[in-house]
Design a protein around this ligand. Structure first.
Ligand code: HAM
Length: 409
């Protein structure tokens, strides 16, 4: 026997039972989002690397160390998409969607790739459901999107908390970055090695540090949320009051740092205690400069994405009982006649299966019982013996009569 080949580290197979759970998540998301006017979009699994280095940001962990990039054979660098927002914005620009009535509301469901250290709830290939609204900076769009993710998680039985913050606009943030970098430099001796090495590259990530001494320094650090200009502060106040109107509880978390650089103004994250270290079920925020950054017209945007695997871990999913076939076609060597009957039953719209495992008649009847089918049609020389497993009744009929009989129930 040859050596076994295992799936790559950090990837997983979606087995039938899991795919039923995921289908529930997808169905709930589709119903909710389409009901709110979001239309499905799917972008390619890989894109030009530059889309992410420019869009997500050179200084982010994603771009620095988590991208699966490869040469397309012609000297052009491509990357397996680590996230969906930059690709959706790319498609928005490429297809001239800015000419459509705003906001353009889109959602997606598919696999994403990040070379992260695998652990429970953190994989190298994972799935996201995401929603994006482009073309409006109305605070009601922020509130609507947050309310949609909140409702989706509620419907799926996940208990979550909402953390909310505002990251201001690019200018305010640049000024704040300098202020924070100066503060970090003044306290350099108390910071962890990693944070110290990132002071210039990405000082905001210091809020994310695990190191206790660093955390103590960060507890006293200046906060961006206290530096919002009047327009951003007013926008944030409106988002908050709409959430309050919707009865959605939240906590302001001034240290909420998202791992992507495109955010402006509102950012948020839903967390669940049932996930352990990887507590983020879904999150997102506004990205009013992203479309322009990747070559489109100035366009505000906001969205979120939630990990399917993390939703499944956090949710309480009630799987519907699987539907058994309605009829099982058994036979002892009369394969062609059985096959023909099977096709007729399926042609008439019935859920039908036939014996394919080389079992004895006794074994076939047992198998039908295991499957939970009501009818078994045993193809014999002089007709088809139709057994109703519910009543125990049995009759020999023609193939046409069997189809008619099964159709009538
Ligand atoms: P993100 O926070 O990087 O945001 O990812 C969103 C969600 O994807 C996370 O909350 C988590 O549930 C899931 N996720 C991320 N990485 C992994 C992983 N390695 N394994 C399993 N699940 C993971 C974004 O991706 C943004 N594009 C969200 C967004 C949309 N912002 C605006 N629009």
């Amino acid at each position: 026997m040859s050596a076994k080949i295992a799936a790559p580290r950090g990837t997983f197979d979606i087995l039938p039972e899991q795919s039923a759970q995921r289908a529930l998540v997808e169905q709930a998301a589709r119903e909710l989002l389409e009901g709110a006017g979001y239309a499905r979009i799917e972008t390619p699994a890989f894109e030009a690397t530059e889309l992410f280095s420019r869009g997500v940001g050179e200084a982010t962990d994603i771009v620095q160390k988590e991208m699966y990039s490869f040469d397309d054979g012609g000297g052009r660098s491509l990357t397996l998409r680590p996230e969906g927002t930059a690709p959706v914005c790319r498609a928005y620009v490429e297809h001239g969607m800015h000419k459509l009535p705003a906001p353009v509301k889109l959602y997606y469901f598919g696999p994403f790739f990040r070379a992260e250290r695998p652990q429970k709830g953190r994989y190298r290939e994972f799935w996201q459901i995401g929603a994006e609204a482009l073309g409006s900076d109305d605070p009601a769009v922020d509130a609507e999107l947050i309310a949609l993710l909140h409702e989706l998680l509620r419907r799926l039985g996940a208990t979550v908390r909402l953390r909310l913050s505002s990251l201001a606009n690019a200018q305010t943030r640049a000024a704040y970055r300098d202020e924070l970098a100066a503060y970090l430099r003044a306290n350099e001796h108390e910071l962890s090695e990693t944070v110290r090495s990132r002071i210039d590259l990405n000082p905001l990530r210091a809020f994310d540090a695990d190191d206790l001494r660093t955390q103590a320094v960060m507890a006293r650090a200046p906060r961006l949320i206290d530096r919002l200009d009047s327009e951003d502060a007013e926008h944030f106040a409106q988002v908050r009051s709409l959430l309050e109107l919707a009865g959605i509880g939240y906590e302001i978390d001034p240290a909420l740092v998202r791992g992507l650089d495109y955010y402006t103004r509102t950012v948020f994250e839903f967390t669940s205690d049932s996930l352990g270290a990887q507590s983020g079920v879904g999150g997102g925020g506004r990205y009013d400069g992203l479309v322009e950054l990747i070559g489109g017209p100035p366009t505000p945007g906001i969205g979120w994405a939630a990990g399917i695997e993390r939703i499944v871990l956090a949710a309480d999913l009630q799987l519907p009982a699987p539907q058994p076939p309605q009829i099982y076609v058994a036979h002892e060597g009369r394969r062609a006649a059985a096959f023909q009957l099977l096709l007729e039953l399926r042609g008439a719209g019935r859920r039908a299966e036939m014996e394919l495992g080389g079992r004895s008649l006794k074994g076939q009847l047992k198998h039908a019982e295991r499957l939970g089918t009501r009818y078994v049609a045993i193809v014999e020389e002089d007709g088809v013996r139709l057994r109703d497993r519910e009543s125990g009744a049995e009759r020999t009929l023609s193939a046409e009569a069997v189809v008619r009989q099964v159709l009538s129930v």
